[in-house]
Design a binder for this molecule. Structure first.
Ligand code: ADP
Length: 265
């Protein structure tokens, strides 16, 4: 099997925030499973893309969702003109051929998926495929990375302790102001003055967390606002569309947020 489609040819822009690059390299060197922990839109996916490029490994990303089962990851028999044929799932492809497998928001998937990854995350490094009557020893280049957003979790939907404890965690949060402004300027293609204003708006929105907002504006939202301005929208419209409206449906909260935005513009 050729994993060329999963190789990342050009360096994905990633601005380090702390020692996350060295940490990931050390973990990958020992093939330790890694958990990227932090709120949405703060660079976890971009980071893993950058690391796959840096390490020269193919990257297989799976966006987990609530209907996802263990078979979606591992594989299944499908009907074909020749009869029933086994098809490896994305996790199995990574395990067999030596890719980094990134399970984005694994907590969203059904419980049985976590059982599948357990034997891969300890010294055994095996993937049992019961339906295919096969136990795969992971390729020496295979590594597992998951993302986890602690803010979303409820008691009913959380990773089990026994799963969490298998991972080395790297914490992600919103970067320092000047670093975030550099990211916004680069990713949105706007000048630094505007990026500074957007980052100030982001900081204010994050202060409203816990007062009716579950999460403040993510770096991704600030970039979207910057792109709307670059496309010719006035900053008031851009920030309303990219930040205020998507983040809350509550009228009072919108007003509070709009006030915070107005204070920065
Ligand atoms: P997550 O996976 O945490 O939800 P993403 O990795 O998709 O978030 O980040 C959203 C966007 O924010 C990215 O597409 C990228 O443009 C930008 N971004 C966030 N942090 C960084 C960073 N440290 N370096 C470069 N870009 C970043």
């Amino acid at each position: 099997m050729n994993l060329d489609d999963y190789r990342i040819a050009d360096e994905p822009f990633y601005r380090p925030v702390a020692d996350e690059i060295a940490l990931f390299e050390a973990a990958y060197g020992d093939r330790l499973p890694v958990m990227l922990k932090g709120p949405t839109g703060c660079g976890k996916t971009r980071f893993v893309e950058h690391m796959a490029w840096r390490l020269g490994r193919p990257l297989i990303t799976v966006a987990c969702h609530e209907d996802m089962t263990a078979s979606d990851l591992a594989g299944r028999f499908l009907l074909s003109p020749e009869g029933t044929v086994w098809h490896d799932g994305p996790l199995t492809t990574a395990v067999r051929h030596g890719a980094i497998c990134y399970l984005d928001e694994i907590v969203e998937a059904r419980q049985d998926t976590t059982v599948v990854i357990h034997p891969l995350t300890d010294a055994r490094r095996v993937l049992p495929l019961d339906k295919h009557n096969e136990v795969i020893q992971a390729h020496s280049d295979f590594a597992l990375t998951i993302s986890y957003n602690p803010g979303y979790q409820s008691a009913v939907k959380d990773l089990k302790e026994s799963t969490k404890q298998r991972f080395v965690a790297i914490e992600f949060s919103y970067p320092e102001r000047d670093v975030e402004a550099a990211i916004v300027a680069r990713e949105a293609g706007v000048e630094s003055g505007l990026a500074d204003v957007l980052v100030a708006i982001g900081a204010r929105s994050r202060n409203l967390r816990g007062q009716g907002l579950d999460e403040g504006a993510s770096t991704r939202m600030l970039i979207h606002a910057g792109r709307l301005v670059r496309a010719g929208m006035p900053i008031e419209t851009a920030t309303r569309s990219a930040i205020v409206l998507p983040i809350t449906d509550d009228a009072d909260m919108r007003e509070a947020l709009s006030g915070a935005v107005a204070a920065c513009i």
